[in-house]
Each structure stands twice: as C-alpha cells, then as structure tokens.
Design a protein around this ligand. Structure first.
Ligand SMILES: Cc1ncc(C[n+]2csc(CCOP(=O)(O)OP(=O)(O)O)c2C)c(N)n1
Ligand SMILES: [Mg+2]
Length: 574
C-alpha cells in the first residue's frame, strides 16, 4: 500500500490486508474494470455463478459458514438490482457482506442521455441499497475514497450487516490518496466496544436472578453465532446446568447433540415437552435472540418480564429496565465470571417427529424423510445442512446435526432460492459438505446454480422434496391449482450437469440414494417424491397459527376452512 495509488490497486491491497481471499460476482461493462482490477490479485479467487441472486446467496452462505465477510462485485443497475433481495436477507439476519457495484463514468454522465442499466436516476441504486445496508458510499473523491471504504468495512464488521460501495468505471484507475493510518493499520476489524461498568452491573443482576431461580432456562439466538461466543455459551450452559433451547433463526447456535440441548423453541408451537418446560420456567435468559414472529411461532409472544433477561442489539433488558452499550459477547463473558448456582437438570431433547420409524417400503412422508435424514447425519457426521424456505425451513427445525457439522437457513427473512447457492458458497468457505433440503419451488428459483459444482470443486447433496408445487400453502389455499408448478427431471438434470441423480419413491430408495450420494465425490440431486398434501409437522402448526391470526382479522363469512393435518403429524398438545 502506498500514499498514492490507483483506486483499483488500493482495493486489491485493502482486501488483502483484511484477509479477503474470495470474491463472488458477475461482470458487466460498467463493472468490468473493477472486476478485472480485483481479479488481478492472484490470491483473490473470483467465483462466478449464473445469476446475481445466486451470487448474493453464495456470498451470504460463505459469510455465515466461515464467520468472515462475504465480498461481492456486480455491475450497475441490472446486476445491482438483481442482488437486492439476497442483500436484504443478509441485512435482516445480520450477515456481513461487502457489495461492490460498478457504475457509469463521468463521460457517460455528461452525455445527457439515460445510460443503459439506469432505472430512475444515477443515484437510485445507491438509494435502494441504503435501505438494506448499515453503511454505503459512492467513491467519487480521490482524497476521501480510501477512508470511505475503510469506514464502510468497519461498520460491516461491527454491525454484522451488509455494506455497499459504488465505484464508477472511470474511478478505478484514478490515483487516490491513502491516509497513513490505513497504511499502518494491522488489518484487524473489531466489534463495537461495550461499557465495562454496565456489562458488570448487568451480569451481576442477571446472575442474582439466576441464582434465586429454581427452574431457569437459557435460549440462544443468532447473535451468539455472529459475535462468535458459541464456545463461551457452552461453557456458561455447563456451569449453569440448565436446559438450552435455540430460536428458529439461531438453530445451531448451541450444539444440537449437547446433553443440555433441549431443541428449538418456536413459541407455543414448540414440541409439547418444550412448551411445558417453558411454562414451568421461573427465569428465562435470552442471549442474542431477535424478537421475530418466526421465533415465536407466528403467535403473539408471551414474555413475562419480571422473569426475563434479554440481551440483543447491544442492550440488556432486565425486568423493566435496560442497560445500553452492552454487547452480547461481553455480557456472556461477564456472566461466566459470576458465581452461579450449579443446577443438574436432566434434559431430554425434543422434536416433532414420531419416534416409531416408518416402514422401509412406505412412500416418502415428510416426517419420515426427516427421520431418515437424522439417521444419515448420526452416522455421517461432517455435514452442513442447508434448509430452503418453504416446508423444509420448518421441517429443518427437526433435523439434528452433530457438532462436527453445522446448520444454515434463512430462519427469518425466509427467501426462496437461498439454499443451493448458499450451500455452494458455504462449502467453498468452510469445506464441509452440504446436505441441502429444498422444495421443488425453491429449487426452480436458483437450483440450477448447482451446475457450477464441478468447476468450483463443491459436492452438495441436494434433496429436492417434490410435492408438485408451493404446497406449504395448501392447507389454507382455496384454489390449490394456483400452487402447481411444472415437474422438472431433477435427477436427470443432476446427471446432465455432471453430478448424480436419484429418484426416491419410498424410504428404502431414499436411504440407498443418500448412501450412494455420500460415496460419490461429485454433487447429487435426490428427488424425493412426496404427496401433494404432506407437510412437515412444524409447518402444519405454523400455517395454522398464521391462518388463525389472519382469520381473527377477517369477517366470519370470509373465513376459509383449514384442512385437517395429515395423519403423520403429531398433534399439538393443549
Ligand atoms: C423469493 C420468495 N418468493 C416467494 C416466497 C413465498 N413462499 C414461501 S414458501 C413458498 C412455496 C415453497 O414451495 P416449495 O419450495 O416447493 O416448498 P414446499 O413448501 O412445497 O415444500 C413460497 C412461494 C418466498 N418465501 N420467497
Ligand atoms: Mg413444493
């Protein structure tokens, strides 16, 4: 890095300094210079996919799986706008992405014509991204460009949210001034500081409540992942000896095979042992949990404030007061330093699957499919399960990944199209092989990105749950034909794209296909044929909860009837 250097060279040097080794993107004429400037650095691998949403989800999956910043480069307008949805998902689920977009140069802007790819004004794209990023800049001033990029990157890391940098094509070769402090900086990024006095006082107060309680429970959310305190959380839980639940979005924040892990808390639609234990709790310690409707099972949250400590978004709410400037990582570490009563509660893991395994030759039912996946994961432990929005987002909640593997899903933003490209990005970054649980609808959005697997050296196993359409809505749809989508030859596509393909009509075929896919080095697509009206146990409860909420606001003569839950579903208690 030099005091004066072309902006393109500075970007390369800067990314190297912060340890970026991979960048996801698709070029375009307004971003070509930028794209190739970044590509000049030989230790920066450029990963291209076919469609910007895939690129965005891949970078997001990379960031989730590695805990590093996912970097993206797209062209202006058509490319940039195509990527808004994945970035919005990263914003709402706290994933650190850095988006570089190209843009028209000064020459073109002087022409007085509209410029290709332009939507409204030249600035429109930046304005759109301002809504879905924590920091954004258009680098136009050679004296300030370096500092502005640095500011965006520091915000991305501190906030664990996307940042946006637009670089018009004539800026890439412009000499810029690099401040001495950036040249001398060691490249380490930091989370926000907390106020040490507030941290201590909040931890003391929470510990006193915990010590006075006889049935405490701990719930872990997404910030535990993002602020990298999973190890400390395990230590804290072991010191406390109490049941640990995770939220929907935070699934995986606590090891699913740990003896203290009780399962996923989805408000009142949790498995009955979990709702019962929550009802009995006289103290609930929420660490890093976002207050989302998904986390509460689409029912109004029932939070008894005098029994609750809630740490999220750099604040700790205790009973009816709040400590600001307390980050969850500092709070967890401070809790660990307190004298804590050691409980010795025996915890039983609870899910929504029936314990009796289905007969081998039986048709693939969704609950049985999930049980077969669990069986597979118990013996093939180094897998990263990636669940797609749709029935599999809820089905995935009943999947139990051993601690050697991991779990990724958009548990709140819930965009279809996430799973396959996110799995590709995640495997590139983390090395673990993905097992993707995906509906046919979700697969038809971005599943074709799996065709890049061979070239990118990745090997996901994609289970396409083919129920003939967007069937998660079937229980509440008045016209089910509106949910239908064409059937694709999923297994054949897998073969034609250089991987393997399997069709499973029953559980024996599903088990065989999983074993064969595992034995292969390439990617596989396993099409699991499922009845149109078969859904995972959690989906049935969730859709009913959502429907009864919307029906409460609908005049009685306009209410539609819910179909009865499929017979393989465990009835909700109470
Ligand atoms: C990008 C996007 N568009 C639309 C939706 C709304 N949506 C949620 S689930 C779903 C259907 C999912 O169908 P499929 O992937 O086949 O899963 P299934 O529920 O049938 O198993 C739709 C359309 C969404 N979540 N994301
Ligand atoms: Mg479907």
């Amino acid at each position: 890095m030099r005091r004066r250097m072309p902006l393109g060279d500075f970007l390369v040097a800067y990314l190297d300094k912060i340890g970026v080794r991979r960048l996801f993107g698709i070029p375009g004429d307004l971003a070509l210079k930028l794209f190739f400037a970044l590509g000049k650095q030989h230790n920066l691998e450029i990963i291209t996919l076919s469609h910007e949403p895939g690129v965005g989800f891949a970078a997001d999956g990379y960031a989730r799986a590695t805990g590093k910043i996912g970097v993206v480069c797209v062209t202006y307008g058509a490319g940039g706008h195509n990527m808004v949805n994945p970035v919005a998902g990263s914003f709402s689920e706290r994933v650190p992405l850095l988006i570089f977009s190209g843009g028209p140069g000064e020459e073109e802007r002087k022409l007085g014509t509209l410029i290709h790819h332009q939507a409204r004004e030249i600035e429109s794209q930046h304005r759109i991204y301002q809504e879905v990023t924590c920091a954004s800049r258009v680098l136009t001033d050679p004296r300030r460009a370096a500092g502005e990029l640095h500011e965006v990157v520091r915000a991305v890391w501190a906030e664990q949210r996307p940042g946006y940098v637009e670089i018009h094509r004539d800026m890439v070769d412009r000499e810029i001034e690099v401040p001495e402090e950036i040249i001398e900086w060691d490249g380490h990024l930091h989370f926000h500081e907390s106020d040490a006095r507030k941290v201590e006082e909040a931890a003391r107060e929470a510990a006193a409540m915990f010590n006075a309680a006889s049935k405490p429970v701990l719930i872990a959310g997404i910030e535990i992942h993002r602020y990298k305190v999973s190890r400390e959380l395990v230590e804290l839980a072991e010191k406390m000896g109490v049941p640990v639940l995770t939220t929907v979005l935070g699934k995986g924040a606590f090891p699913m095979d740990h003896p203290l892990h009780m399962g996923v808390h989805v408000g009142p639609i949790s498995p009955p042992p979990i709702t019962e234990r929550m009802d009995a709790a006289d103290f609930v310690l929420n660490l890093g949990c976002l207050r989302t409707d998904m986390n509460f099972g689409n029912r109004p949250p029932r939070i008894i404030q005098d029994k609750t400590v809630w740490a999220v978004d750099r604040r700790v709410d205790i009973k009816y007061h709040t400590y600001t400037d307390v980050g969850v990582s500092h709070f967890v570490r401070a809790l660990l330093r307190q004298d804590l009563k050691a409980h010795r509660e025996r915890v039983h893991y609870a899910d929504n699957l029936r314990s009796t395994p289905s007969r081998d030759g039986a048709a693939v039912g969704v609950a049985a499919l999930l049980a077969v996946v669990n069986e597979f994961l118990a013996t093939h432990r180094r897998y990263m399960v990636v669940a797609e929005s749709g029935d599999m987002l809820f089905g995935g909640l009943d999947v139990r990944v051993p601690h050697e593997g991991t779990y990724l899903a958009q548990g709140f933003y819930a965009s279809m199209g996430f799973a396959v490209p996110a799995a590709i990005g995640a495997q590139i970054g983390r090395g673990l092989r993905p097992l993707v649980l995906c509906g046919d609808g979700g697969f038809q959005m971005t599943g074709m990105e799996v065709a890049h697997s061979l070239a990118k050296g990745v090997s996901p196993i994609v289970i396409v749950v083919n129920n003939g359409g967007w069937q998660i809505f079937r229980p509440i749809a008045e016209r089910s034909e509106l949910l239908e989508i064409p059937s694709w030859p999923y297994a054949k596509l897998g073969e034609d794209w250089g991987g393997a393909g399997f069709v499973a009509h029953n559980l024996t075929e599903l088990r065989t296909a999983l074993a064969a896919a595992h034995a292969r080095k390439t990617f596989s697509i396993i099409e699991a044929r499922v009845a149109v009206d078969d859904l995972s146990p959690v989906t049935v409860k969730y859709i009913q909860a959502a429907a009864s909420r919307s029906q409460a606001a609908t005049p009685p003569n306009h209410r539609h009837r819910l179909s009865a839950p499929p017979s393989n579903v465990a009835e909700e208690k109470g």
